[in-house]
Design a protein around this ligand. Structure first.
Ligand SMILES: *Cc1c(COP(=O)(O)O)cnc(C)c1O
Length: 369
């Protein structure tokens, strides 16, 4: 077990901020149900805690990626609709039924599998149908939709609570793919001839406007504080705060170097602070000589390579009684956001969050009834 006092790095997760972000999304798509995507352990922040807080706030529908994620979530959410984005592989259908998980069916094969199970159990089993409108990743393509439209009896064996698709370029509002996918979704969903509700929008898509909202929006990243509108001010509240305690501060002078590979050459007499968090904790190695932390509002640069368990910062600009052993360097928080760290690492906020390590001492605040 981790312990707050002996833990060298603390990850604080604000569940009230998650709830506030969900409410903001809900307000941006007033006609639609707001679901929550809690795959990948709630984008690394704890699916059970996040989902319970959102369920208390009134969220009724949750998306996970895998059946195992769904089984785990069912234990904490007995009532809510749980949708499994990957759908079933052959042989996995009974696990979905046993835990009342509703698969997203992405192919004719998956539809066939689910129909077969429905015949065996004597029920029209519930399933979301996923239409591919341009991702070419998962989902029914135009030919599969045509096949289903030509044989409407097939779909009579299913109970379909939702027809959905997923956008490729929604974080670029001017991208031509957005309108093209919207048009394709309207056309293909119409061709299925079902009265089922529809859903197209993940986080960024919500901000493309009402045409894209349909009956349900499926935000993930925005709930966790990632900016859904890159290039514009982030409307979401920060959720994760990551603070690493300084283990040691050492005086350095030329001609010394810092860390593996001696990639940082000390240019002038100064001080280096070392914290106990490294790439094994999700501080990407690409942050070496590129990332930043913040001590009492002052930005301090990462110098040298990121090690597995350790990272070094140049704290020469700070007074010794500020940058001292035991003082904390903020790695994520209001002064250095998930998106800031992502930019420095050459990635996106999604990857920063889902890479957050298991060694951090986790503290949850808020989320109460
Ligand atoms: C992950 C995912 C979402 C949520 O996406 P965000 O960009 O994190 O909001 C929604 N729908 C599908 C199909 C997804 O795979």
């Amino acid at each position: 077990m981790t312990n707050h006092d002996r833990a060298p790095a603390i990850l604080a997760i604000d569940l009230d901020a998650v709830v506030a972000n969900w409410r903001l999304i809900k307000a941006r798509a007033p006609g639609a149900e707001a679901a929550a995507v809690v795959k990948a352990d709630g984008y690394g922040l704890g699916a059970a805690r996040v989902a319970k807080a959102l369920a208390r706030a009134g969220c009724r529908s949750f998306f996970v990626a895998t059946i195992d994620e769904g089984i785990a979530l069912r234990k904490v959410l007995p009532e809510q609709a749980l949708y499994v984005l990957c759908g079933p592989l052959p042989g996995a259908g009974m696990d979905l039924v046993a835990h009342r998980l509703v698969p997203v069916l992405n192919s004719l094969e998956q539809i066939g599998l689910w129909l077969g199970l429905g015949r065996a159990t004597g029920e029209a089993l519930p399933a979301i149908l996923h239409i591919d409108t341009g991702m070419n990743r998962l989902g029914l393509d135009a030919a599969a939709v045509a096949h289903l439209a030509a044989e409407p009896a097939l779909l009579e064996g299913l109970s379909v609570p939702l027809v959905m698709s997923h956008m490729a370029c929604a974080d670029e509002p001017g991208h031509a793919m957005n309108r093209a996918q919207l048009d394709a979704f309207n056309a293909l969903a119409g061709r299925l001839g079902l009265a089922a509700p529809r859903s197209l929008a993940a986080s960024s898509t919500v901000f493309l406007g009402a045409d894209y909202h349909f009956d349900m929006v499926r935000p993930g990243a925005a709930l966790y504080g990632v900016n859904p509108v890159p290039g514009q001010p982030n409307p979401m509240a920060p959720v994760a705060r990551l603070e690493a305690k300084i283990l040691q501060v050492r005086d350095v002078d030329t001609p010394q170097t810092v860390g593996y590979g001696a990639t940082h050459h000390v240019a002038a007499k100064g001080r280096i602070a070392t914290v106990a968090a490294g790439y094994a904790d999700g501080l990407f190695r690409s942050l070496g000589n590129r990332g930043f932390g913040v001590i009492e509002g002052v930005r301090v640069p990462v110098v040298g390579r990121i090690s597995m368990d350790l990272t070094t910062f140049d704290v020469s600009g700070l007074a010794p009684d500020v940058a001292r052993p035991g003082a904390v360097i903020e790695l994520l928080g209001p002064d250095h956001t998930v998106d800031d760290l992502a930019l420095e690492a050459g990635t996106i906020g999604y990857e920063v969050l889902t890479a957050l390590g298991a060694r951090y001492h986790r503290v949850y605040a808020g989320g109460a009834r």
